[in-house]
Design a protein around this ligand. Structure first.
Ligand SMILES: [Zn+2]
Length: 146
């Protein structure tokens, strides 16, 4: 059987979390060996970690989607570091910028500063990074050319 890696899923989403055991089993039965579970906000990091502790096939990815930048707590970065410290196998999950219909209402500079902070932290930890949005790639490509 072909072994597959689901490189982007949100099994921690409260709308489907209770179905995660069945979803994982069904996917494994069809050849999915690993799942990169991408946290999108500070509120779901505990579920991402719990899924990884429960299922060896889950790669925990802690992230902060640009839509949830405003909802982060004042201690979000300290909390994030604690999650990485206690979960050495973790990767950086869903981070990036968004200028779309919802993202354009979020301060773009704040989005970029947040992404920059994540990338520096990931670089220091040599963690894998899963970056959302092509605009980040474009922005940082332009920065490198300067
Ligand atoms: Zn996603």
């Amino acid at each position: 059987m072909l072994r597959l890696f689901d490189a982007h899923c949100h099994l921690q989403d409260p709308r489907i979390l209770s179905k995660a055991p069945q979803l994982i089993k069904t996917a494994q039965d069809t050849g999915v060996a690993y799942f990169a579970v991408n946290g999108v906000s500070e509120q779901d990091w505990h579920s991402v970690k719990h899924l990884a502790q429960t299922y060896p096939s889950v790669i925990p990815c802690f992230g902060l989607h640009p839509w949830y930048v405003k909802e982060r707590s004042p201690n979000w970065f300290k909390t994030l570091r604690e999650y990485f410290d206690s979960t050495p196998s973790a990767a950086v999950g869903e981070i990036g910028v968004d200028k779309g219909s919802r993202g354009r209402n979020i301060d773009f500079t704040e989005q970029l500063l947040e992404v920059h902070q994540w990338l520096k932290m990931a670089e220091a930890r040599q963690a894998s990074k899963l970056v959302e949005a092509t605009q980040v790639v474009r922005f940082f490509s332009k920065e490198k050319k300067k």
